[in-house]
Every structure is written in structure tokens, then in C-alpha cells.
Design a protein around this ligand. Structure first.
Ligand code: HEC
Length: 239
């Protein structure tokens, strides 16, 4: 009986585990042709057992997301797909081992790739082109169930969630808002069209799900960009 149970359990676990150990990465031709990815990706896979297939997908190297490496002055960003494997890849790219792997690549031609993007990235704020009015509407409808968005929902939000004005004070607020759907607690109840996987059958959203598109996230960001950061008080002056 016990043996049967074990067999059933492992059968049930296999497809999920297999599915979890890979993701698809979208990369522009210039990056593929440089040979850099042939150096980078296998080393990550070897270390973590996570396979990366190049192709069309939500996870991408490009102009959006977290700055991860540069070639001359061009900074390359990584944008995750909300999944754990892509998040592990991002962590690895930013880790000491990942950075060393980036810096070790010797291109056949052209400048080397460099991992020292943090300093350049700081000054670089992406221009916000989303629809501000739509952003306020979506924020109130979806995020306002928990977060204080502005005075109009101050009484309805949940106290344990940080207000938008508070989060606007974070120096990396753009990154956090762009990827909020992958940051806790949101993955459990958030669906981004064409980006996130549907909720697992055994883990349906515990609350009415938040459903947004990438365009709506851009709009939310444009709106957040217009919010006055919370005044956290000026430092106490000692006489
Ligand atoms: C069901 C409640 C709920 C909803 C709905 C919700 N959030 Fe949150 N959010 C939270 C909580 C709670 C935290 C604080 C998590 C923590 O402190 O670890 C949070 C944190 C955040 C953060 C900071 C995350 C980090 O780790 O830096 C961002 C950005 C954010 N929310 C954006 C949004 C946006 C945008 C929406 C709407 C599209 C939204 N949230 C909808 C509950 C919610």
C-alpha cells in the first residue's frame, strides 16, 4: 500500500518538476551573434540545472528590467517572466559568480562584456510613457484593495500594505513596480496577460485575482511617477 502511494506521488510530481527546470529567453540577434550567450547560459545551467532555450518568451535581454551587463556604454537589462527559474537567472547574473562569468568572456571581435553596471544604472531612470489617467484608475481598482493609492481610498486599504506614496520614496521604485507581479505577495493572486502562467489547479487565487496587462503596468508606473513621494520627515536637528 505504501509502495503504491509512493509511486502515485512521484508520478504526480514528475511533470511539474520537469516543467519547472527550464525557461525561454528572448535575446536580440546582436547578443546572440556575439557568442556571449554560448558562454553565459551553459555555465548557469551547469550550476543550477535550469535549462534556458532561446526563443520568443516573456523573459528577455533588452532595454527593460534590471541592468545586468554592458558592452562599452550600452547597458543590457534582464526582464523576468515572473517565474522562479528566470528569477534564479537574474539572481545569478547579479551574484559574484555570475559577474565573474560575465567578465571572463573573451569575444572574437569587439569590446568585452562587463558586469559593472550598478553605477551607471543608478542615474538611469526609464522614461515613463504610460497613460497616467488610466494608471490611476487601474491602481485604484486593483491595487487599492490593499495599498493606499491616494486620499480617495485611504479608508479602504489594508494597513499592512505600504502606501504608493511610501513606495515612491524607494530609489528603485521603478524596478519594484515593473516586476511587482513577481514579488510577494502578488504572485499568488496576480495574472499578467501573456506573461504569467495560469494559477496551478491546486493553488487557485485565494482572493479575486488582480488581472492586468503590461500596458496597464506601464500606466500604473506613469501614475506612480506623478505621485509626490511620502514626506518621511526631516532629520531631527540637535542644537
Ligand atoms: C491583496 C493585497 C494586495 C494587492 C491587491 C496588491 N498588493 Fe502590492 N503589496 C501587498 C503587500 C502586503 C505588500 C508588502 C509586501 C512586503 O512587505 O513584503 C505589497 C508590496 C508591493 C510592492 C513592493 C514589493 C517589493 O517587494 O518591493 C509593490 C511595488 C506593489 N505592492 C505594487 C502593487 C501593484 C502595482 C498592485 C496592483 C496592480 C498591487 N501591489 C496590488 C499587497 C497587495
Amino acid at each position: 500500500m505504501l509502495k503504491n502511494l509512493v509511486v502515485i506521488l512521484s508520478l504526480a510530481a514528475t511533470p511539474l518538476a520537469a516543467q519547472e527546470r527550464a525557461f525561454t529567453l528572448d535575446a536580440p540577434d546582436t547578443l546572440v551573434e556575439s557568442g556571449f550567450l554560448k558562454h553565459l547560459l551553459p555555465r548557469f545551467s551547469l550550476k543550477t540545472g535550469i535549462r534556458i532555450t532561446l526563443g520568443e518568451g516573456a523573459a528577455a535581454f533588452g532595454a527593460e528590467g534590471t541592468p545586468v551587463f554592458r558592452r562599452d556604454a550600452k547597458i543590457w537589462h534582464f526582464f523576468g517572466d515572473g517565474g522562479a527559474q528566470a528569477a534564479a537567472f537574474e539572481d545569478w547574473l547579479l551574484s559574484e559568480v555570475g559577474k565573474r562569468t560575465i567578465d571572463q568572456f573573451k569575444p572574437e571581435s569587439g569590446a568585452p562584456f562587463r558586469s559593472d553596471v550598478a553605477v551607471q544604472a543608478k542615474a538611469e531612470m526609464v522614461e515613463l510613457t504610460g497613460d497616467l489617467a488610466l494608471g490611476e484608475k487601474i491602481s485604484l481598482a486593483h491595487c487599492g484593495r490593499c495599498h493606499v493609492i491616494n486620499d480617495s481610498n485611504r479608508m479602504n486599504a489594508i494597513g499592512s500594505s505600504p502606501s504608493f506614496a511610501l513606495m515612491r520614496t524607494f530609489s528603485d521604485w521603478q524596478r519594484r513596480f515593473r516586476t511587482f507581479f513577481a514579488l510577494k505577495p502578488h504572485p499568488a493572486f496576480t495574472q499578467v496577460t501573456d506573461v504569467t502562467e495560469p494559477f496551478a489547479d491546486n493553488l487557485p487565487s485565494p482572493i479575486a485575482p488582480v488581472e492586468v496587462t503590461l500596458e496597464e503596468i506601464e500606466a500604473i508606473m506613469a501614475y506612480v511617477g506623478s505621485i509626490q513621494p511620502a514626506d518621511l520627515g526631516s532629520p531631527i536637528q540637535f542644537q
